[in-house]
Design a protein around this ligand. Structure first.
Ligand code: NAI
Ligand code: HPV
Length: 575
């Protein structure tokens, strides 16, 4: 391990100290930004760590910043017990196990635009170098030769540039190639022909682009799996490429079957290849790559696409800003594994996030047991927002007591799915009983509401409907089961049902007084919201008594309350 910098501030092992680890070289501006905006944080730089070495130290850190060299494996992430965020100072995140990060609730951010121009310009430099043999001619003249005939080139004007992947870099390359008077034809299944045409680019099928291109340049990200891009250019694709074409790869080494490329070059089917990226980086012992590097018609650079001063300042500050935001409890602007929520939206949603989390917690404490289907209904203006953070908050509240996993916005959906929990949403901007009301309805596995089992008023009544609202920015629970109520879901709360008859409140109050437990708030909710006429002597009417208290209630007091008769279903929750 090469430790190029000692920790930049004095080591502090207190758990409260925010610690940020940087394991690849990033621009000083990014590090300065971290220190300015989080002066209390400890920022350490350590380079050349193997995944095993990184796994050993990562437990002490809250944030990790990498480029393409550090391998952030599932083991590294699992060892990051305090890790909240991994920042990739660049675009490609194929060196980070983002699935593992998602499962562990670790946010992964990148800088999607900071190095685009650098990568596009490097691609053009490779294109021109291939056309005019610049690297070989440079080596030749420096070797004391004056060899002009060996380095006969071709003009790129009027030649066809085939672009595979017309995303940010691909499009920037296309625009530059049009400036060089090339014809540009591209393949990208996710880009519309109209959008391409507006930029002077013709779209074609994969085969058309391969067969027409004089220069073929790759700009897709590297993905695995059956639909993935790994090995996108293999034996067959190289076979159908125009004879004498030239291939450029400034995206990811794994996009090309490098052995097949070596064969195509050796057999003279391709006139040249310019490679900035490789399946093994740095190249150590891969025989095919060593042969490609030694090949006359191969131009190579050591993954320099993003290496410009401008790009490095851009990506480092971009990622540093997001790290500061996340460590301060805010949201990143370019998360790879979390929904993008605008700050203005988040401000509106925050009290609802608290509400939904509390509703989930309240449900699991009142009604412990397995869950399979939940329907959430949003009524009022709130229904017009992006509600994904609210669903994540609900899942957090529901799963927290039944799962060891740290549930957050990143992994909530995944964890719910793993536990077979299906959540459906109903939205209506028409207000319900309250202006902005959220109702949670737990359904039985067959989709029916399993709300009330047994005769109303007996102890096995199920509380499978919970409604909440935000009143003056404060979350309130307004309905539990069939009872209307209103209380702030916070701290210890005693729930019980009582026969709807005089003397019940006094009985509970006296008992809590005897137990020295202070009542903060009390609400006795009827089954219907509207005032109604009590029928004297009707002993089946029940009400829900909700008593918020300052401290835990001793067991003997709860027992005594249950034994008084006419008060039953005594449960205490802690929200
Ligand atoms: N050499 C270097 O230093 C740098 C390399 N890169 C790499 O360049 C690549 C492109 O980056 P961006 O343009 O920012 O990404 P991007 O996400 O904007 O564009 C990728 C494009 O590929 C398309 N695509 C996906 N699957 C495809 C397939 N099977 N066939 C054809 N097109 C497909 C997508 O629709 C998308 O338009 C990434 O791999 C990135 O890591 C980026 C910056 C610097
Ligand atoms: O941003 C990317 O995808 C790159 O490939 C740049 O990699 P780097 O940050 O130079 O290691």
């Amino acid at each position: 391990m090469t430790q190029v910098h000692e920790p930049t501030s004095k080591a502090d092992n207190s758990p409260q100290t925010i610690r940020i680890l940087i394991t690849d070289k990033i621009a000083r501006e990014g590090i300065d930004l971290l220190k300015e905006q989080m002066p209390e944080a400890q920022v350490d730089e350590r380079r050349g760590l193997t995944p095993e070495q990184l796994a050993e130290v990562i437990g002490d850190y809250h944030a990790l910043i990498v480029r393409s060299e550090t391998q952030v494996t599932a083991d590294v992430l699992s060892a990051g017990t305090n890790l909240k965020i991994v920042g990739r100072a660049g675009v490609g995140v194929d060196n980070i196990d983002t699935n593992a990060a998602t499962r562990l609730g670790i946010i992964v951010v990148n800088s999607p635009t900071g190095n685009i121009m650098a990568a596009a310009e490097h691609t053009i430099a490779m294109l021109m170098s291939l056309a005019r043999h610049v690297p070989a001619a440079n080596a030749s003249i420096k070797g004391g030769k004056w060899d002009r005939s060996r380095f006969m080139g071709i003009e790129v004007r009027n030649r066809v540039l085939g672009v595979i992947g017309l995303g940010k870099v691909g499009m920037a390359v296309a625009r530059r190639a049009l400036g060089l008077e090339m014809q540009v034809v591209a393949y990208d299944p996710f880009v519309s022909p109209e959008q391409a045409r507006k930029n002077g680019v013709e779209m074609g099928t994969f085969e058309e682009v391969l067969t027409r291109a004089d220069f073929l340049t790759l700009h897709t990200s590297l993905t695995s799996g059956p639909q993935g891009t790994r090995g996108l250019i293999s034996e067959h694709e190289l076979q159908i490429m125009k004879p004498g074409a030239r291939l450029i790869n400034c995206a990811r080494g794994g996009l090309i079957n490098e052995k097949a490329l070596l064969n195509a070059l050796n057999e003279g089917r391709l006139a040249g290849a310019a490679l900035d990226v490789f399946s093994q980086e740095p190249i150590r012992d891969d025989e095919t790559l060593l042969q490609l590097l030694a090949h006359d018609r191969v131009i190579a650079t050591p993954h320099l696409g993003a290496s410009t001063e401008e790009a490095q300042v851009g990506v480092a500050t971009d990622v540093a800003e997001q790290i500061v935001s996340v460590l301060n409890g805010g949201f990143p602007r370019a998360a790879v594994n979390a929904p993008l929520i605008l700050p203005e939206t988040l401000k509106v949603l925050e009290p609802y996030m608290t509400l939904l989390e509390k509703m989930g917690r309240l449900y699991t404490q009142l009604q412990p047991g397995p869950l399979s289907k939940i329907e959430v209904t949003y009524n009022g203006d709130i229904a017009s927002y992006d509600l994904r953070p609210l669903q994540a908050a609900l899942i957090k509240g529901l799963l927290e007591s039944v799962s060891e996993a740290h549930v957050n916005m990143i992994n909530a959906q995944l964890l719910a799915k793993e536990r077979g929990l299906e959540i459906t949403e109903q939205k209506s901007t028409t207000p319900a009983e309250f202006a902005n009301q959220v109702t949670l309805r737990v359904l039985s596995p067959n989709g029916n509401s399993s709300s009330f089992i047994g005769k109303p008023g007996i102890e096995d009544e199920h509380f499978d409907v919970i409604s909440g609202a935000v009143v003056y920015d404060e979350p309130r629970i307004v309905r539990v089961g069939r009872y209307w109520t209103e209380f702030v879901p916070e701290g210890y709360i005693l729930f019980c049902r009582n026969l709807d008859q005089p003397g019940m409140i006094g009985r509970a109050g006296t008992l809590l007084g005897k137990a020295q437990v202070n009542i903060r708030h009390m609400d006795v909710g009827p089954v219907e919201r509207k005032p109604r006429t009590r029928v004297p002597g009707n002993t089946t009417d029940t009400a829900l008594m909700v008593i918020s208290v300052d401290d835990a209630i001793p067991d003997w007091a709860l027992r005594e309350l249950s034994e008084t008769g006419d008060i039953f279903g005594v449960t205490v929750v802690n929200l």
